[in-house]
Design a protein around this ligand. Structure first.
Ligand SMILES: Nc1ncnc2c1ncn2[C@@H]1O[C@H](COP(=O)(O)OP(=O)(O)OP(=O)(O)O)[C@@H](O)[C@H]1O
Ligand SMILES: [Mg+2]
Length: 260
């Protein structure tokens, strides 16, 4: 599905509209991620970062990973992205073994890593340009991605002219524009206010791809299809918000802290 710029609902950076129809990834039935028996022990560390982690994410599922600092959240995402090799276990995306980074998975970090000499839209277009995507298609896809993160009117700003949260949104748009089967966000919306964060996630939910997100804010976490609680490198709890609150474990404690 390709929308032209004129078909896009108008979004402003300040007056953010409700969730807009987002582009579907090319095949909505794709994006099944299966991690089996993942162990990771970094050199020089006497405590494993991950131990025996198995996780299946269904196509289109929105999974949030929570847990205390150092429990292995980023390591898990990096392994899913193919950026870190596990010591044991396998990662498969739609049946194919993940052995390194690939265009079917896009990861966004808390630190945005934008090119400072390019504008917001040029940053977003960069990967498409390198891949030889023609100018007109590139412009359409960049416009849609900008719209999804509510930055249509900041497209021409240079990186130093953007706020911290705007930079994070450009980084998300840069990942989205490649239409990955899996989007991996490692605290990638941490600089956003709660309302903007919720609206960006609402838009991301409209796309067909699978999404695994490390987030802390309850308003984002509780909307997930599934919440994974990591503790000391293991999956300690897994379920929907209501189920985990009722279970009265670590997640319930986290919620109680945020509401206190
Ligand atoms: N490149 C690395 N080299 C050595 N140890 C590492 C490396 N990356 C992570 N670790 C260790 O692995 C463990 C898990 O780290 P990880 O970054 O996955 O935690 P996290 O849950 O993402 O924490 P935070 O919420 O603080 O970001 C920690 O003990 C950390 O020191
Ligand atoms: Mg981390």
């Amino acid at each position: 599905m390709t929308l032209t710029v004129s078909e896009l609902p108008q979004a402003t950076d300040s007056g953010i509209p409700a969730a807009v129809a987002a582009p579907a990834t090319s095949n909505p039935s794709k994006g099944k991620l299966v991690l089996r028996g993942i162990d990771k022990n970094f050199n020089g560390s006497n405590v494993p970062a991950l131990r025996g982690v198995s996780l299946t994410c269904e196509p289109g599922e929105f999974v949030v990973v929570v847990g205390p600092s150092g429990c292995g959240k980023s390591t898990l995402l990096n392994i899913a992205a193919g950026m870190i090799k596990p010591d044991a276990g396998t990662v498969r995306l739609d049946g194919h073994r993940v052995k390194g980074p690939g265009p079917d998975r896009a990861m966004v970090f808390q630190e945005h890593g934008l090119f400072p000499w390019l504008s917001a839209s040029q940053n977003i277009a960069f990967g498409l340009k390198m891949a030889g995507v023609p100018r007109s298609e590139r412009d359409d896809r960049v416009a849609r991605a900008l719209n999804m993160v509510h930055l249509t009117h900041s497209a021409q700003k240079l990186v130093h002219e953007l706020s911290g949260g705007m930079k994070q949104r450009v980084a998300i748009a840069r990942a989205l524009v490649t239409e990955p089967r899996i989007l991996l966000l490692d605290e990638a919306t941490s600089h956003l206010d709660a309302v903007t964060e919720a609206r960006v996630h609402a838009n991301l939910s409209e796309r067909a791809g699978t999404r695994i997100v490390i987030a802390h804010r309850l308003s984002t976490v509780r909307d997930a299809d599934r919440i994974i609680v990591l503790a000391d490198g293991r999956i300690a709890e897994s379920g929907r918000h209501d189920e985990l609150v009722a279970a009265g474990g670590a997640y319930a404690e986290l919620v109680a802290h945020q509401l206190a």
